[in-house]
Design a protein around this ligand. Structure first.
Ligand code: MN
Length: 236
């Protein structure tokens, strides 16, 4: 039961996240998917997910990826997610596990640079190439040694030196969804989330630009909100 931990943490009558019941398609020699979901939960983080053997291996990266090879980004491995999760953008109700706003920040395909992915994962040193809309080139996820008190050893996400490496901050530069072009605040507005909480996951400079140029605000999307929970109606 590869998704047991994923399902145990969630109540599917409360959240619109996928249950992951569909049998994973048999592995042909097709490209493997990757997705990065920007997630304003208790704290902001970026969930980096790599398709492997019918699930999405997942790491929560608090500061998000960096193109600067001198920067090492902490990446905590979390439970495997179903492949359908790659399409999830929206709101997890606040009372539920991971409550908050989720954005599809990047997506594309990944290729291992090691011939044996399982061995690389077991060793804690996975070199891979990304072909996404924002993330490209060669990267590594490397597991550190657990320190005292740590139950699980953190990993580090690091950019390799290649023609894609640079020192610009991709999370500041490209803060919008690759599927809907929305900011977190716009996703929260459209889908009944906590707008104020979502907004502090967006770069302040981007929010300021929108206030000065309201035409840049993504048009409101209708009809996607599921009434699985009810906010208090104004009594006046
Ligand atoms: Mn998350």
């Amino acid at each position: 039961m590869p998704l047991e931990e994923y399902r145990k943490k969630r109540r599917f009558d409360r959240t619109t996240e996928p249950e992951g019941r569909k049998a994973a398609a048999p592995q042909r020699r097709k490209a493997l998917a990757f997705v990065v979901q920007k997630h304003r939960a208790t704290a902001l983080h970026y969930d980096v997910r790599l398709e492997w053997k019918g699930v999405m291996l997942s790491w929560a990266v608090p500061k998000g990826p960096s193109y600067d090879p001198t920067v090492k980004r902490l990446a905590m491995q979390v439970e495997d997610h179903p492949i359908e999760y790659n399409k999830f953008e929206g709101i997890i109700p606040e009372a539920e596990y991971g409550g908050g706003t989720v954005m599809i920040w990047d997506k594309g395909t990944w290729t291992s640079e090691a011939s044996d992915v399982d061995a690389a994962l077991a060793k804690g040193d996975l070199k891979f190439a990304l072909a996404g809309k924002k993330l490209r080139g060669s990267w590594v996820l490397v597991r550190t040694r657990p320190r005292g008190g740590e139950s699980r050893a953190p990993w580090l996400l690091i950019k390799h030196r290649d023609e894609w490496a640079n020192t610009e901050d991709v999370t500041e530069l490209l803060p919008r969804s690759v599927v809907s072009n929305r900011l977190l605040v716009e996703i929260a507005r459209d889908e009944g989330g906590n707008v104020r909480k979502a907004a502090d996951g967006d770069p302040p400079a981007e929010l300021r630009t929108i206030l000065e140029n309201p035409e840049l605000l993504a048009p409101r999307r209708k009809g996607r909100r599921k009434s699985i929970w009810h906010s208090k109606k104004a009594t006046s």
